[in-house]
Each structure stands twice: as structure tokens, then as C-alpha cells.
Write a protein that binds this ligand. Sequence first.
Ligand SMILES: Cc1cc2nc3c(=O)[nH]c(=O)nc-3n(C[C@H](O)[C@H](O)[C@H](O)COP(=O)(O)O)c2cc1C
Length: 399
Amino acid sequence: MSADLDSIQCVEDARQRARRRVPKMFYDFVDSGSWSGATYAANESAFARLKFRQRIGRNIAQADASTTLLGRQAALPLAIAPTGLAGFVWPDAEILGARAAHRFGVPYSLSIGSVCPLEEVRRHSDGPLWMQVSLLKDQAYLHALVGRARDAGCEALILTMDYHVAGRRYCDARNGLALPPRRSLRQAVDLLSAPRWCLGMLRTAHRGFGNVIGHAKGVTDLASFARWHADQFVLDIDWKQVERLKAVWGGPLIVKGVLDAEDALLAIEAGADALSVSNQGGRQLDGAPAAAEVLPSIVDAVGGRAEVLVDGGVRCGQDIVRACALGARGVLAGRAWLYGLAAGGEPGVHRVLQILRQEMLSTMAFCGVRTVADIGPHVLWEGPARAERAMERGAGQWG
Ligand SMILES: Cc1cc2nc3c(=O)[nH]c(=O)nc-3n(C[C@H](O)[C@H](O)[C@H](O)COP(=O)(O)O)c2cc1C
């Protein structure tokens, strides 16, 4: 580990450093939720509320945090979540993130809205890559992108289903973050306050939407991208469209944005091999429940017919243990990887992944489990829940 990263001991340390290194408008873009930010906060607090059941006197030698995700070995029950515009948080972000994920041994998900194009990301990393798309009106482009993902050897397609209306993101509007970009003195001052970021941006050729510009018909620059993007939101949605996309793709499909058990079953009927229980990190519907709150009901309904992933609020290795205890196969980490990236580029992402693993392993040891398969509801302390049940039974005291 470089000495520069020694002081990053937890994801929060990376977040603090990211805040100092990235222009405010891009830092805020990452680290804010929609509307009041209540769901963003709830994602974190729902995990934090879950307490562990400490066990002693158990064999905890040779603990192992690895697992499989969609049948492929992963060093942690974690994949990097798709995050659009990461390349504005740090130059060449998606290339660096994919390389770090590959070196560490977890899948990297590339957003359709990434700055670096899919083919370049693939050229720099041959690890497991998942491609994220949405249902788009421009079917010719969407199908071509799915073909590109197949040609690039992507192992799964993530279909994000909660991005058909944009969440009200006041923070971005206040910061003037708009498409096409508007230039103001305030923004110039903001950018110049992060000289290292500016230098990196001057050096890189990746400053657009690499998966779309030059690929979708008539999209040649940011201005034409903005016009194309504004017209892409499909509103007359039905599950048949998901079935058709699955047929075009022909590989493992992850439906992302599931917050309801009924939708989970419909997604599986439409061909989903895995689901991501997600409210996009509180960036879309504020007031939606925390991902961890709805996870158990979805795991229950799915009954093992699909892998259930969860994302939103994963900020430490303990949260990964909590997610697995609630029945998730693994988590997608969004902001955690972006904090690492902004704190220290590729080594910063790797550092965050190492921290998550160390935290996960020590938590497993305290709970007396040695493998991911051993993590279950029994690692969570359910004292208050038991007390509540006893109260409901009228016992009036701890049952
Ligand atoms: C800056 C940023 C951009 C995102 N862009 C996308 C995207 O393009 N597609 C998508 O499906 N989800 C996107 N997400 C949501 C993430 O995939 C994931 O659901 C969320 O970040 C999980 O919450 P967490 O950040 O608390 O870990 C984005 C999240 C962030 C923070």
C-alpha cells in the first residue's frame, strides 16, 4: 500500500479525502440524494441498526470472505455498482475502477452513462465485467450496445428499471450541473479549487459519454447527446420489453431497482437471473424504503429462484455481513468505490476493497462464522425484535 493511502483506514476516511480533492459540483453529484435525502440516509441507518450476535468459543481459523456471484468466483460478496459520470469524479475513472476490481477479484459494472467507452475499459482489464443499460426509445442503439457488451465478453447485463423518471436532485440543480454543461464564473472557481483534478482532466481524452457519443445516431457531441438523452426515457413500460431485451442479450440478466416482492417475481418471470434490491442509493424516489428494509421480504418471495443482490448504504464490511445475513447473495457498492477513486485513483479503489474485506473478516470472526455460506440470520442479534414479540403476546417482559 502506498504511504499516501495509509491514513485511509475506513470508507469514511476515503470520503473525507474525496471531498477535498474533487470540485464541489462533482463531489455533491456523488454524495447527495434526491429531494430531502431521507432515503439516502435511511439506506445507511437501516444497516447500522442491525446489531450482531457475538459468539465466543468457536473455531474461527482460516476465515474466507470469498463466494460466487452468478456462478463466478468473487473475492468478496460484492460487485462495483454502475455509476454514471464517474469519469468526472476522477479522470479515466471507469478504466481505473475496472482494473482495481479485477486485481482484487470482484466484478465491475459499467454504466451506460460512463465516460470511458466499454471497449476501452475492456482493453485495460480482462476481469468480470457487467454492463448496465436501461430501456431506451432508441432501440437500434440499445441493441447495438447489447451486442457490443457481448463482443466485449461482459458476463451479465444489468437492466436498471428505476431510471425512467429522474429523481429531483436539487443539489445538482443548485450547482448548475446540467446537460449540456453551462459555464459560469462560480463553476470555474469551483473547478480551479481542485488543481490536481483539473490537471488530470486536461490530460485525459475521456470527457464525454463514451458509450453513446459516436455510437447513437446523430450523437456527436455533448449538445447532441443532451438532446438524445432528453428523449430516451421510456414511459409506456411493460415486462414484455424486459423479455425481449433478455432474448436480444441471451446471457445472465440482473434487474436492478427492485423494491417490491411482487415486482421481484415479475422480473424473474420476464427472465431475470438475478435482482438488485435498490433505490439507486436514494438518488431516485426519496421516501422509498431503505434497501435493507425491504430485502428480507424479497428474498422470501424469490425463494432461491434468482440471486438477490442489494445496494444502497454499504459503507463498511459489516454492512456486507448484514446484507448476507438478510439473505442477499452479495452487494453492489456505489459511493464506496467512488470515494476510494476520488481519494486515490486505482490504488484508492483497491484500498477501499481491502478495507471492506478486512472489516468483513473481523466481523465474521466476532460472530463465529468462517465462510460466507455460514452467514445467516443467526449472526444478527434480535433482542429488541424478540422483546417486541413478547410485548405483543402480552407477556410485558422479555420473552
Ligand atoms: C454518482 C452515482 C451515479 C450513479 N449512476 C448510476 C447509473 O448510471 N446506473 C445505475 O443503475 N445506477 C446508478 N447509480 C446507483 C448505483 O448503481 C447504486 O444503486 C447506488 O450507488 C448504491 O448506493 P450507495 O451509493 O449508497 O452504495 C449511481 C450512483 C451514484 C452515487
